[in-house]
Design a protein around this ligand. Sequence first.
Ligand code: PBG
Length: 330
Amino acid sequence: MPFPLHRMRRLRSHPWAREMVRETRLHPSMLIEPFFVREGERKRDPIGSMPGVFQLSIENLVKECAAARDLGVGAAILFGIPAAKDAHGSEGYSERGIVPRAIRALKKEIPDLFVIADVCLCEYTDHGHCGLVGTDAAKGSVLNDPTLELLAKESVAYAEAGADMVAPSAMMDGQVMAIREALDRRGFEAVPILSYAAKYASGFYGPFREAAQSAPRFGDRRAYQMDPANAREALREVELDVEEGADMVMVKPALSYLDVLRRVAERSPVPVAAYNVSGEYSMVKAAAEKGWIDEERITMEILTSIRRAGADVILTYHAREAARYLSRHA
Ligand code: PBG
């Protein structure tokens, strides 16, 4: 036996030694919980493919966000489910839309909650695409530049309602610049932008599309979201969004993209978020329901791995559960 024998196990034997030398830590303040807000009253409609997640009417949203705040969860991000959809997604940028009303209620009832508004059109368009769809020549394709104006309008409506941050997820080129300009013009220079910079065309969004009723009616999102095979391109997306004024950038999904997350985190001059998306959540829930995995262990292992890969903050449907696990172990 060589001497000295490198006894890696010395620091693993005592729980407090393990705690002391742990390289990656999680704290509830790093977690952002997504919420789906719908019209109506006393609504708490379960989402079949996402056990534990609901479409909430505004007063129930306020209750659940208050619970998240009490557990120390860092922020809430809102997705709206409008009563009616149209070709232009006009409920998305109307100041009377579901999200602006929800933001106003949240800021009134829970003033210290950090409220992020997702900015996209897919929840509000009848065709389910993230931008305007061309007729004639550009039939069926999603139009980049005409969409920018609507995303900018939507962001201003959310900022006016009191959003603390806007998060554009439509993957239109130039969306961060268009939103930054519009916000500044209207006096919202202080509202930061969290850009979904490296957002992949992923099968892991399936359950979200049920939750937000936003599956595209025709085609798919591959003409604007990123190809899962590309990593270098993610760095370029991040670079451009930072140039355009993004205050934070996101990699999405998280688990199949930890390598991308690591590369982005190494280079990004701004904080990096990772979105532990619906499909990643639902797989854990489904396996846990079958008794095949230990949900708490798996959840914490997943969140730790995302953090270890370089995320400063994590968007996760497990936010409150994780915050509870963390407080129990503290
Ligand atoms: C688009 C948007 C999507 C998600 C967040 N914002 C869906 C999509 O691009 O199809 C997915 C989030 C998740 O799966 O949890 N507005």
